[in-house]
Design a protein around this ligand. Structure first.
Ligand code: PLP
Length: 396
């Protein structure tokens, strides 16, 4: 353990199971530690640095804005904030945007908005939200209560009231859970922390129909899978359906802390001055950077490249299967790939790290690959050769 790691243990809350590496620099798909060792980063801050580390356009926007205006209160207008909101609404189903600092805060805002919009439309008593088992929506009290994983709840009871959990991918399960108290359905279009699980064809569109039938709001949490990750700017675009509310964060700032809640006008109108706020939400510095991110990520040619590289990646991983029966299933779309093993995956993650490849394991046995979207085929080939060696050693 080096000095940084010892001091970290001494001074920082023990809330993360950290790997024994101190990172000091990043560029594109690579990061370097304090001994100069290079790593190929197929985790990208857990689907955050979609444009790679220190992308020049983002860095330029950040430096220029840092010299002009870093922060003012949301009691004033600022140009970068409105330009980013205009771009996000132009590129999506939404009419309005609320800026936060993280994914949890974006979801917190969505939960509040769903409750308030339902109260205004239907009166008291409609505040329950149906969410999915194995979902993940954040660590604030409301968002952990909305998360369908007991391990996230444990120790923090009593939870915020009004969340019910049903199986992901089952519309009948949602229908059975609807009561006169239900106001919304909250779902990740692709479950990330729940093990990289994709919606079956038609699932999200059927959910929307169900919501319309019962006058419920549909909320998509695209915090992890939005911003180009699955080969379209938003994952739900591939399902031919739009929600009433969507949340974004992670890759929106390519590493800067920003989240956003987007909504259609009739729902957004429930928020008025005093309903919700954030001191740092949509500050000029982060919105100037995020605007550059959105410009690059929304380019159709860029997104086409993500789909092509993703297809190459999945084909190559599939090709490992005959040699490694420990691979139970390969799931992926764009550059979000999960490899489910028949055994726990942490040892494989550690062996990859030793050999200069950063990945992680979610849901105990699902190796998750979410590289920067600028990743090239030779990086993928390198990743697979390290992975193959680790699978050989780490699963026996
Ligand atoms: N929602 C989803 C789908 C996530 O994957 C995450 C984080 O992993 C969050 C919400 C919480 O985001 P944050 O950590 O920025 O609060």
């Amino acid at each position: 353990m080096n000095d940084t790691q010892t001091a970290s243990r001494q001074h920082i809350f023990n809330t993360y199971a950290r790997l024994p590496v101190t990172l000091v620099r990043g560029e594109g798909c690579r990061v370097w530690d304090d001994t100069g060792k290079e790593y190929l980063d197929f985790l990208a801050g857990i689907a955050v640095c979609n444009l790679g580390h220190c992308h020049p356009a983002v860095t330029r926007a950040l430096c220029e804005q840092a010299q002009r205006l870093v922060h003012v209160s949301n009691l004033f207008y600022t140009r970068p904030q409105v330009e980013l909101a205009a771009e996000l609404t132009r590129l999506s189903f939404a009419d309005k945007v609320f800026f936060s600092n993280s994914g949890a805060e974006a979801n917190e805002a969505a939960i509040k908005l769903a409750r308030k919009a339902a109260k205004e439309r239907h009166g008291e008593g409609r505040f329950h939200i149906i969410a999915m088992k194995d979902s993940f929506h954040g660590r604030t009290m409301a968002t952990l209560s909305a998360t369908g994983q007991e391990k996230v709840h444990k120790g923090f009871e009593p939870l915020v009231e009004g969340f019910t959990f049903v199986e992901f991918n089952s519309v009948p399960a949602v229908e059975a859970a609807v009561t006169e108290k239900t106001c919304a359905v909250l779902v990740e279009p692709v479950q990330g922390e729940g093990g990289v699980r994709f919606p079956r064809p038609g699932y999200l569109a059927e959910l929307k129909e169900l919501c319309l039938k019962h006058d419920l709001l549909l909320i998509f949490d695209e915090v992890q899978v939005g911003m180009g990750r699955t080969g379209t700017l938003f994952a739900h675009e591939q399902e031919g359906v739009t929600p009433h509310i969507m949340t974004l964060a992670k890759a929106l700032g390519n590493g800067l802390p920003i989240g956003a809640m987007l909504a259609v006008e009739e729902v957004a109108a429930a928020f008025v001055p005093g309903s919700h706020a954030s001191t740092f939400g949509g500050t000029p510095l982060v919105t100037a950077a995020a605007l550059e991110v959105v410009k690059v990520l929304s380019n159709p040619a860029f997104l086409g490249g993500v789909r092509e590289t993703g297809a190459y990646f999945r084909e190559k991983i599939e090709a490992l299967r005959p040699r490694h029966p420990v691979i139970r299933e390969v799931r992926g779309r764009g550059l979000m790939v999960g490899v489910e093993l028949t055994v726990p995956g942490q040892k494989v993650v550690e062996l990859c790290l030793e050999n200069g490849l950063i990945i992680n394991c979610t849901h105990e046995n699902v190796l998750r690959f979410v590289p920067p979207l600028i990743v090239e085929r030779q990086d993928i080939d390198r990743c697979l050769s390290v992975l193959e060696e680790a699978l050989g050693k780490g699963t026996s």
